[in-house]
Design a protein around this ligand. Structure first.
Ligand SMILES: [Zn+2]
Length: 180
């Protein structure tokens, strides 16, 4: 079951227990807010279209299961589009090459990477703070240089992300499993 988080007040995340088709989606991680509109149409599925800050869903909008899955698709696609340039910038700065960026919805981690340079990022990063998004991306990029959490790793990471350790600590307290 996919629940949406909304930022009602700054720094206050509210977890909706039951899925309700949202009127707004606030993506704090990338400072974007979308108004969601629903248009009934005779289609087998629901399609989405992004127009400026409007997310337009068209189709059988009484089907909440389909709304959930199309919104999840939107989040993953949008996460990829917006995180990719940050990854490219980070890789350039750190001086590493990554192979592929994959967006997932892990319940316990924000990101991971493999020795082959494949990086996984959690789309739920869209719901945290921009500096936390940056921290996770640089964390994975620095791993392509230091494949551990050694002193050298943290020292390198702190060069690119001041307060890296504090951010890591803060992020451990966010319940990722509630962000879905
Ligand atoms: Zn790590």
């Amino acid at each position: 079951m996919f629940n949406f988080l909304f930022r009602l007040k700054r720094n206050q995340l509210i977890n909706q227990k039951r899925f309700k088709a949202p009127k707004f989606i606030e993506l704090t991680g990338i400072n974007r807010r979308f108004e969601v509109t629903y248009t009934q149409a005779e289609l087998n599925n629901i399609k989405y279209k992004l127009q400026d800050s409007q997310l337009i869903l068209t189709g059988n909008i009484d089907n909440h299961t389909q709304i959930e899955s199309v919104l999840l698709k939107f989040l993953k696609t949008h996460a990829k589009e917006t995180f990719y340039p940050i990854c490219e910038q980070a890789a350039k700065e750190v001086g590493v090459k990554f192979n592929r960026i994959t967006i997932r919805g892990q319940k316990t981690r924000w990101g991971s990477c493999s020795s082959k340079g494949n990086i996984n990022l959690n789309y739920k990063l869209l719901f945290v703070e921009p500096e936390q998004v940056r921290y996770v991306i640089y964390h994975e990029m620095v791993h392509l240089q230091h494949f551990n959490h050694s002193r050298d790793f943290w020292q390198t990471l702190s060069f690119y992300v001041p307060n890296a350790k504090k951010t890591a600590h803060d992020m451990r307290r966010i319940r990722i499993d509630r962000l879905y």
